[in-house]
Every structure is written in C-alpha cells, then in structure tokens.
Design a protein around this ligand. Structure first.
Ligand code: C2O
Ligand code: CU
Ligand code: CU
Length: 512
C-alpha cells in the first residue's frame, strides 16, 4: 500500500520534475527500493543488474502457447498451416468441452514474426460451419482482411484459403473469425499474432503474451447456446463465467523481483472488459494496438476493451516468495455492468525466492507520432444506436449505426488521399468498443498520450473523435462494435475507400 501511495504521489509531480528525471525507471527503481525500506545507494550497488540474470526457471510454462511450424526456409517468410477444428479439452475439471480451435490450441498458435516479414497462412476449415480469419490490426491488402461476403467468400466446411500479407507494424495483434463471430469467438476461435521489432531495448523485458477471454459453460463443460439469455444477452453482451488466460483457468506466472517482463495483453473476449491492476508490482505502459505509443508512462491500472491490446512492462516488487493474484476487476461498461459483481481470480503471480535485481531504465520517449493534419478533414457523425423491435416472438434488440443495422446499411464513402474525422456518439446506456479495419486512427483528445489505435472505448453517454488518413489500400473495410453480440445484432457498418473520388463501391451482399 505504501508503495502505491508513493507511486501516486510521484505521478502527481509536475511534468518538469518528471522530465528532469529524464528516464522513468531511474525514478521507478529507486522508488521501488525505497518502498522496501532499503537504503537507496547501498542497495543499488548491491543489486545485480536485471540484464545479467534470466527469468525464473519455467517462468511462463503454464502460459505456453503452441508455435506453428514454419514451412518456409526463407528467414523473412513465415509460412504456416492453420486448421479450424473442434478439440475436446478439460477446461472445467472432470469435464470435456468441445472447444473450437485453431490447430487444436486454445488460444490458437502464437504467430510470431519480425517487422517486415511476409506471413503466409494455409487455412483449412474442419468445423461444421463456414468461417474465415480476420487479422485484427494488421495493415494488409483488402482481399486478405477475412470478411466473408465483402473481401472473400466464406470458407465452407472442408474448404481452404491462403492468406498472405506483410507484417508492416511491430506490435501485438490477434486473429479471429468474421462470421457468426460472437458464437465462434465465444467458443475459442482466437489466437495471438506478435510482430517483433528487433531494435526494441532490452529494458522492455522478456516477452509473454496474455490472451484474456472467457467461456459460457454449463456444469458439464458444454457451451451454453450462443444466444442464451435472448434479447437481454444481446443487449448486455454475453460474458462467460469461466475466465481464461491463454486458455487456462488461473494459471501461474513466475517472476523475480526487479526482473522486467513485457506483457502483451490481448482482450479476446466476446463482451468482457478488463482492468489490469497489480497491487505492489509496478507497471509501465509502452503502448497498445499498434505497438509503441509516443511515450512510456507508469500506470496503476489499464482498461482493455474487447479487441484492444496493451503493451506493458511489469517490474515485480521486492517481496520474495510471495504470491499475488491478477484478478478480473468489475469494470464499468454501462448499465448494471458492475452492480453486485465480485472480483474473480485470473492469474497467479509467484515471486520466486531469488535475490532481487535492479531493472534497467525504460526510456520515456518511445517514438515520434505526428498528429494527423485535420485541417481539410471531412467530418462525419456516427451515432451508435440501440432500438427495440416488437415481433411475433416478443421484443427483439436491433443495434446499428445512425439507426441502421448492418444488413440494411449503405457504405460510408472515402477515397485515397482523404482525411476524415469521425465523431463517435454514444447516447445509449452501454459502452461500445469501436473498431475499424484496415487503418489505424488517432483519438483527438489532448489528455491522451499520442498513439495509433484500431479499437477504442466509447463509454455510455459520451462521444469520442477520431482522425483517419485514407492514404493507401482501397477497398471495403468494416467498422463495428467489438462486443460481438452487439455487432451480430447490427452495430456494424462498411466503408468504401475508392482509389479516387470517382470510384464507385461494388455491389455487395451483406450477410446477416
Ligand atoms: Cu477484431 Cu472486425 O474485428
Ligand atoms: Cu479488425
Ligand atoms: Cu456495443
């Protein structure tokens, strides 16, 4: 507690004071020592630098993800196979759940490439229904975007498709289907994709991916029907009661005091929001959706909405032989979303009984992010809407953009070279995580650290402005709420980016 108190006090310091420190972690590590009642100078000398020791033996074994086999001898091409198939797994002890997987893994294999690599995926579908793969956050050509009916035909059972794209941005991404998404993602179809920048400093620590998700299971480990809870489920978004980190229930991660770990956190849940907070340990946020932000910043908590990623350095505090619990913390996403809900355990963090080490400095400046020039921008309002329709079967929830559900929508129009500013308006009682395919945007909010994003929360009763530059890659791109239950009942739209102002959108059959 003392530690957190100090931490807060320090964050409240004027920026000039922070600057004079120059580098965050020199503050952080001295703080980290003084918080433990150590004599600063003496302790710093006594401690070994973090770089000279490794992570504790088997530190991330419990979070291990399968690595796909690279079929291509070229070091700059990662060529893999992925098969969507059902695999029985013991998620709840003593029961077998027929999990929908990529190549038998939950999550799917960790696709790890380096900046500039070409990624080729031979995809095959052994599921009983059609599917596709969307590469969330990747700036790829439109025909590789994985949206059935828009950028490709659905991959039918027994069908195959080849995806190929270049890893143009370093960062943490993920892949998932884009058809019947709430059900397919809810039953396990998601996997991480990490693009490494070989120039990242060692101070960022050793990489570990944490893919957060949940499942709606009954006592026998069977999936609840994808539409359980009916209209209320559509409205609230369905959160599964079984919480998973890398497909496991409360796995263990080992840490060593002072030895930084780089947590690449992905929210792959169909509706759940997460707040990452760790009592005692310190967290420095590097960025999120598109890798590094402009500056690193120490944080007490990070909220992750569905689809969003966080790039964090966690520096374990000096408390050998202790266990901490990363919990799901009720996170407000609108009407009734936190009422009467307990915290739930997600990940056990075990500090091993080894001498603490001194973490290296994390630079404050990370990269230059030029603000998008919006002086000639076209302005649009997108209102995220919820309506109730009465049908013979009772009342039904229909969501949309500007009152129009996806299946009735006309495309938004843009052309290469244009800049647009979208005001995303949410007058509903629920928060909506807004996601755009194909382009990273900037949130127009001076209180935020500049970064490139593809998914942003639009809290209930608020609005958020984003700037987008359509500088390349024409085609039809999707935007939608990443609460997949909301997207499925209509809160989704499409955008035509023409090669020039005279291009006309193709005839499309929008799938319901
Ligand atoms: Cu992560 Cu359109 O999706
Ligand atoms: Cu996407
Ligand atoms: Cu929504």
């Amino acid at each position: 507690m003392y530690f957190l108190y100090q931490f807060n006090g320090w964050r409240g310091m004027p920026r000039t004071a922070l600057r004079s420190c120059g580098i965050y972690v020199c503050c952080l590590s001295s703080l980290w020592l003084s918080a433990c009642g150590e004599q600063r100078g003496a302790a710093l000398e006594a401690l070994e630098p973090a770089a000279s020791v490794g992570q504790p033996g088997g530190w991330a074994d419990d979070l291990q993800l399968a690595a796909p086999r690279d079929l291509n001898p070229d070091p700059n091409i990662l060529e893999i196979e992925l098969e969507a198939r059902i695999e029985p797994m013991e998620i709840r002890p003593g029961t077998l759940t027929p999990v929908w997987t990529y190549s038998g893994g939950l999550p799917g294999p960790l696709i790890r490439a380096k900046l500039g690599d070409t990624i080729i995926v031979h995809f095959s579908n052994a599921l009983p229904e059609a599917t596709s793969i969307h590469w969330h956050g990747m700036r790829l050509d439109n025909d590789m975007d994985g949206v059935p009916g828009i950028t490709q035909p659905p991959v039918e059972p027994g069908g195959e498709l080849r995806y190929e794209f270049v890893a143009r941005d370093a960062g943490t991404f993920w892949y998932h289907p884009h058809i019947n998404s709430a059900a397919q993602v809810g039953q396990g179809l998601y996997g991480p994709l990490v693009v490494e920048d070989p120039d990242d400093p060692e101070a960022f620590g050793d990489d570990v991916v944490l893919l957060l998700s949940d499942m709606s299971l009954d006592a026998d480990g069977q999936f609840l029907p994808a539409d359980h809870g009916g209209a209320f489920g559509d409205l609230f978004g369905r959160e599964g009661s079984t919480l998973l980190v890398n497909g496991r229930v409360v796995p263990t991660l080992k840490v060593r005091a002072g030895k930084p770990q780089r947590w690449r956190v992905i929210n792959g849940a169909r509706a759940r929001y997460y707040t990452i907070a760790l009592r005692g340990h310190s967290i420095v946020k590097l960025g999120g959706d598109n890798g590094l932000a402009a500056r690193s910043t120490p944080v007490n908590r990070v909220v992750l909405v569905p689809g969003e990623r966080a790039d964090l350095v966690v520096i374990p505090s000096r408390n050998p032989d202790a266990t901490a619990m990363l919990q799901w913390i009720p996170t407000d996403r609108g009407f009734g979303s936190v009422f009467n809900r307990p915290r739930q355990d997600m990940l056990r963090i075990e500090t091993v009984d080894e001498a603490p080490v001194a973490p290296a400095a994390i630079p404050e400046f990370l990269r230059q992010i030029e603000p998008i020039d919006i002086s000639d921008a076209i302005e649009l309002d997108l209102d995220l809407t919820i309506d109730t329709q009465r049908t013979r079967e009772g009342s039904q929830i229909v969501m949309g953009i500007n009152g129009v559900p996806y299946w009735d929508s006309k495309p938004l129009m843009a052309s290469i070279g244009q800049t647009q500013v979208w005001t995303l308006i949410n007058d509903t009682a629920f928060s909506h995580p807004f996601h755009l395919h194909g382009y990273f945007f900037q949130v127009l909010d001076e209180t935020r650290i500049p970064e490139w994003k593809d998914t942003v929360d639009i809290p209930a009763d608020s609005s958020v402005r984003i700037a987008i530059q359509f500088d390349e890659r024409p085609g039809v791109w999707m935007y939608h709420c990443h609460i997949l239950d909301h997207a499925d009942v209509g809160m989704m739209g499409h955008l035509f980016v023409g090669a020039d102002e005279h291009s006309t959108p193709p005839e499309l059959h929008l799938m319901h």
